[in-house]
Ligand binder design. Structure first.
Ligand code: SAM
Length: 220
């Protein structure tokens, strides 16, 4: 991890990390394991060095190529929603981005499969997780609209960019009683949704308004 450490943020990051956790609790994050992982994971290693001092603010930050590392509250909220649904052994993540959400999931479930359409982001995320010795993640460069059928079905699917509707392939790759958490809608009126697979179809629940980059088709 040493070559990923950014100088000068040691003590500040400890204080600001605790402030961030307090803010997450205030905002309704109650899952003890999610809070533990959010407290322990070094988010400053998932952003450019120039932004490291802002890594423990509760806000999204740019990661290049028009993409962002998601707001900590949203990462915690989506993870908590997925875990609250029931036992979660395998998770498919669509939109690896910086790899931060991937690392959070990897600390909480047995295996994570993650798909990213921008090769350079995928490579950097893979590099970060290797340095952090995270070994239960498989990476794929590809179009997440198609999911990753080789390892389906998944207990959980988490999408970190917004499609206009629920992608059919993702719904189909959910295990019976599985849970899909995703943002959905046009840029200025997106909502976070939970889609669960039931014996007789799918149940959809709107959770709260959100703002995500769009889920784009094809690879970059
Ligand atoms: N959780 C990530 C993080 O915290 O860094 C969020 C990354 S960003 C909000 C969304 C990511 O989804 C971007 O890296 C973008 O390239 C990716 N993306 C968009 N459409 C995609 C698609 N069809 N397949 C795979 N990844 C996609």
């Amino acid at each position: 991890m040493s070559d990923l450490s950014h100088a000068g943020i040691g003590m500040t990051s400890q204080r600001t990390r605790e402030r961030l956790i307090a803010r997450l609790i205030e905002a309704g994050i109650t899952h003890p394991e999610v809070l533990r992982v959010m407290r322990e994971l070094p988010r400053h290693l998932f952003v450019d060095e120039a932004l490291a001092s802002r890594a423990y603010e509760d806000s999204p930050l740019p990661i290049g190529l028009g993409q962002t590392i998601s707001q900590p509250y949203i990462v915690a909220r989506m993870t908590q929603t997925l875990l609250a649904h029931g036992p979660c052994d395998t998770v498919l993540e669509v939109g690896t981005g910086s790899g931060f959400q991937t690392a959070v999931l990897a600390a909480l479930v047995r295996r994570v499969y993650t798909v990213e359409r921008i090769a350079s982001l995928q490579e950097l995320a893979q590099h970060r997780l290797r340095l952090l010795k995270v070994r239960n993640v498989r990476f794929r460069y590809g179009d997440g609209f198609q999911g990753w059928s080789d390892y389906a079905p998944y207990d959980g699917i988490l999408v970190t960019a917004a499609p206009r509707g629920v992608p059919r392939a993702l719904a189909e790759q959910l295990a019976p009683t599985g849970c899909l958490v995703l943002p959905m809608g046009e840029a200025d009126r997106q909502v976070l949704m939970r889609v669960t697979r039931e014996a007789d179809g799918f149940d959809q629940q709107v959770l709260e308004p959100v703002s995500f980059v769009p889920l784009l088709g094809g690879v970059a």
